[in-house]
Design a binder for this molecule. Structure first.
Ligand code: GDP
Ligand code: IMO
Ligand code: MG
Length: 424
């Protein structure tokens, strides 16, 4: 099994990369998060944003698995599948999706809890996507949640009603505005009826059998390393483990079976939501990069915060994941920058730090910059490593020396084919 994860704060271009290299796999399996993800891919010139579905969905030979570690909002999944079915009606979409029976459900009241916690002065504001992710994972850890397999239980209707009713009353007491309880209940049940059309199974057995039979599996991470609940910049993180090692737990595949670990990083940094961002820039350059790079949340449309590449954090992310193959995206967006700043160290209390997680917002961190020559070349027609502008080749060599991992692929645009295999 190979694994692909993001190395920054998300939106590195994971979806686009998987859409292309995923064709070499038989199975693509999402292992964490839920509808908070937004993985953009292009299909026949149309931009599509996948939230819960794995990014192999447009390749007819690929089976797409939603693993145990994912939290599933049935309504969100229904909408997503119906939208995609309109685009590729000829493909037997539902037969190519498998859901873990042990994956957890996101209830409508989880979404309202998320909204309430984000907007109430009583709680810490994280800048979440308001998809009910933290409340669903919290109920999972408290052992109070419903799982996908529960939709087949005789008590399911009663159990849903009981949980919804309790959470609804709590939220109402706090003054949260919501549609009527019956409305939430009925639409949720519609979503659950739709789920029954999809194969719900023990995906860990399916995956292990497939691997034993020589099939190729790619585990697709959502969010990214610096948003990991344990190792990210807590509390400004998501509520799941986003690291490569989490793929094994979520999918029920032994670490012994892991081969390549792809880590995706932009040539600069972005972040949506709150939290420390040592290399953040504001002003005209940030605005220009945001516009040029289309740096607005795929999921929430919020403007992404912009910053220069942060090597101490990137080294840390590479270490945590054991990355074997680096993928560098959005080099094309830096085209017009004459001197590209890259943070090589942090300076804090007079000390230089080359490898660290920027975690504590009160910590005084001063980035130490190295300026690399820009390439000032449009990359649209560059499709081979040997044709790269010299300055970009130097930029890549510099990063490989710093990061001690080869950059195997360079993404030069949002379209599927805009990817250079640097190894050939
Ligand atoms: P993901 O969450 O990691 O899959 O990334 P998103 O899809 O949320 O955000 C990445 C954005 O950059 C999307 O709009 C992609 O279409 C786009 N994109 C991906 N790779 C490249 C690239 O190399 N160059 C440019 N210009 N855009 C890219
Ligand atoms: P992909 O898979 C970027 C961020 C949110 C917020 C924090 C917690 O597209 O890279 P949550 O809704 O998860 O409770 O929000 O995490 N976040 C993402 N940022 N890309 C994502 O996914 C994200 N998923 C969550 O903005 O800061
Ligand atoms: Mg995204």
């Amino acid at each position: 099994m190979d694994i692909l994860i993001g190395l920054q704060w998300g939106d590195e271009g994971k979806g686009k990369f998987i859409d292309l290299i995923g064709r070499d796999y038989d199975i693509i399996a999402r292992f964490n998060g839920g509808a908070n993800a937004g993985h953009s891919i292009y299909y026949q010139d149309e931009k599509i944003t996948l939230k819960l579905l794995p990014s192999g969905i447009f390749s007819p030979h690929i089976k797409n698995i939603i693993g145990t570690g994912v939290v599933i909002d049935p309504l969100s999944l229904k909408t997503e599948i119906e939208e995609i079915a309109q685009i590729i009606p000829e493909q037997d979409l539902l037969n190519r999706i498998l859901i873990s029976q042990k994956a957890h459900l996101v209830l409508p009241t989880h979404r309202y809890w998320d909204i309430y916690m984000e907007e109430s002065a009583l709680y810490r504001t994280i800048g979440t996507t308001k998809n009910g992710i933290a409340p669903s994972y919290s109920d999972k850890i408290k052992r109070q949640n419903l799982r996908v397999e529960d939709i087949y239980s005789d008590n399911f209707k009663d159990d849903v009603y009981q949980i919804l009713n309790r959470q609804y009353n709590e939220l109402q007491h706090l003054g949260q505005e919501m549609p009527a309880l019956e409305e939430l209940y009925h639409s949720f049940m519609q979503g659950c009826i739709f789920l029954k059309k999809i194969q719900i199974t023990d995906t860990e057995i399916f995956l292990n059998k497939a691997l034993r039979n020589g099939q190729k599996v790619l585990a697709e991470g959502a969010q990214a390393t610096l948003l990991d609940i344990d190792h990210g910049s807590y509390p400004y993180v998501t509520s799941s483990n986003t690291l490569a090692s989490a793929a094994c737990v979520s999918l029920g595949v032994s670490p012994k079976l892991v081969d390549k670990i792809y880590g995706v990083t932009k040539a600069y940094c972005t972040r949506v939501g709150h939290g420390i961002f040592p290399t953040e820039i504001t002003g005209q350059t940030a605005n220009d990069l945001r516009e040029k790079g289309g740096e607005f949340g795929s999921n929430t449309k919020r403007p992404r915060r912009i910053g220069w590449l942060d090597l101490p954090a990137l080294k840390y992310a590479i270490m945590l994941n054991g990355v074997t193959h680096l993928v560098l995206t959005k080099a094309d967006i830096l085209n017009t920058i004459t001197e590209i700043p890259v943070c090589t160290h942090y300076e804090t209390k007079g000390e230089k730090i080359a490898l660290a997680l920027p975690a504590c917002k009160d910590q005084e961190i001063k980035p130490v910059w190295k300026y690399l020559s820009g390439w000032n070349t449009v990359l649209t027609n560059v499709s081979q490593a040997k044709n790269l502008p010299e300055a970009l080749a130097t930029f890549i060599t510099f990063l490989e020396a710093e990061l001690e991992v080869p950059i195997k692929y360079l993404s030069t645009g949002p379209q599927r084919e805009e990817l250079i295999n640097l190894a050939i």
